[in-house]
Design a protein around this ligand. Structure first.
Ligand code: UT7
Length: 388
């Protein structure tokens, strides 16, 4: 571990600035091992940090820097695939799908549409809402597990469509938790001063990766994209983001083919390895446990309870999972966002699609505190609490 260069260094007012010190009056942004490790008490400005390798001195003076959502947008393909449509192609029923998942219909991209097309449309709407020109964006981050291609990244494709100014653009792969993972990265960039305006997108077209003869998987997913413009601000925004993963569960939800383990080949196609495989029941049980634990943990870390949340957006994989998580948390369903009936599970798009919905229909109001939690393949999961 490197030493902390600010130790005993006086600030602009001649105060000594130390980690762990209650004398720290300003905001400290710390990047530890490449990740933001901010255990700040936002009421006192005290940051508990076991060590640091990076210090942005500007941040420590008087300015707290927060990440705020200043624009949202979404895009779903026009084609609606209902449960009744599915009844015609696979051995299922509208009744089974509605009762077991809560899904009535989902949106499906046509052959000519890729994840970036949805991402670009969602981004334009988010930038328009924010009143920010694409040239002001200094990082594009796309959470997706269905990139247009291996490379260029979907981030670069979105970049090409929006601006000619060279800025960093990249993809992030964390399946259904992709947006929350992306939020943790974006928040770290903003709080450390590495970026001021970030376009964070969740975009997926998992319907292109489904085996339409496998009723265990093909009824669950839909396509879509959600985008958010995030900006550095002096008023709270993102209060906390936690992310985690446990790779030992990887084989419960996966696409085996097409990567470097099983490159695209006739054998891969013959064995159907290019399709989503899910062991639904096992995923279900872990999802309920981990999602509720994640929310409990983040609220505890923030000294909050469910009562502090005006709204809760859980990942939309199954209505029964959402209800079970809300019940475990003793959180009312009236304040829990549900749109799975219309979209199914849109993977990394789920959370930003829902954010755009509640912003545009006025369900999320300025000053509201909102919780979010996601869970997906990997397994990956994450929770966030933001002030809008
Ligand atoms: O974002 C994270 C990723 N995804 C998830 O979190 C999904 C988590 N899992 C789930 O949502 C649920 O486990 C499913 C919706 C996938 C399945 O529901 P389930 O209540 O766990 O059903 P099951 O897999 O235990 O299957 C019960 C029965 C089986 O028949 P038998 O063996 O009891 O005769 C299945 O073959 O339901 C049958 N089944 C279906 N029947 C009609 C499975 N899929 C279908 C279907 N239509 N589409």
């Amino acid at each position: 571990m490197l030493g902390c260069p600010w130790r005993d260094k006086p600030d602009a007012r001649g105060h000594s600035i130390r980690p762990h010190s209650k004398a720290v009056g300003g905001y400290v942004a710390v990047i530890q091992a490449g990740l933001s490790e901010n255990r700040a008490d936002h009421s006192t400005g005290v940051v508990e940090n076991p060590g640091c390798v990076f210090f942005n001195e500007e941040r420590i003076l008087d300015n707290r820097v927060y990440t705020r959502i200043v624009g949202t947008g979404s895009c779903v393909p026009p084609k609606v695939l209902t449960n009744h449509d599915l009844e015609k192609i696979v051995d299922t029923s509208d009744q089974w799908i509605v009762e077991r998942t809560g899904i009535s219909e989902r949106r499906v991209t046509d052959e000519s549409t890729a994840a970036s097309d949805l991402a670009i449309e969602a981004s334009k709407k988010a930038l328009e809402m924010a009143g920010i020109a694409a040239e002001e964006v200094d990082l594009i981050l796309v959470a997706t597990v269905t990139p247009d291609m291996f490379f260029p990244s979907t981030g670069c494709i979105v970049h090409k469509a929006l601006t000619s100014k060279p800025i960093p653009a990249f993809d992030l792969s964390a399946a259904c938790s992709g947006y929350i993972y992306g939020l943790s990265v974006a928040d770290a960039y903003i709080r450390s001063g590495m970026a001021k305006t970030i376009l964070l997108i969740g975009a997926d077209t998992l319907c292109k990766m489904l085996d339409w003869t496998d009723r265990n998987s093909c009824v669950l997913f839909g396509d879509g994209a959600g985008a958010t413009v995030l900006r550095a601000d002096s008023t709270p925004g993102v209060l906390k983001v936690n992310i985690s993963a446990d790779g030992t569960y990887g084989d419960l939800l996966q696409i085996l083919g097409g990567g470097s383990r099983n490159p695209c080949s006739q054998k891969v196609i013959d064995e159907g390895l290019q399709y989503v495989r899910i062991k639904g029941r096992e995923v279900y049980k872990t999802a309920v446990r981990v999602m509720s634990q994640s929310v409990e943990e983040i609220l505890k870390q923030l000294n909050m309870t469910g009562d502090d949340l005006a709204l809760f957006i859980p990942h939309q994989a199954n209505l029964r999972i959402i209800e079970a998580v809300a019940a475990k948390l003793n959180y009312p369903m009236e304040k829990t966002l549900v749109n799975i009936d219309r979209y199914g599970n849109t993977t990394a798009a789920t959370i930003p699609l829902a954010i755009d919905e509640v912003v545009r229909n006025g369900r999320l109001k300025s000053g509201d505190t909102m919780g979010m939690v996601a869970f997906g393949g990997g397994f990956t999961w994450g929770a966030a609490v933001i002030k809008y």
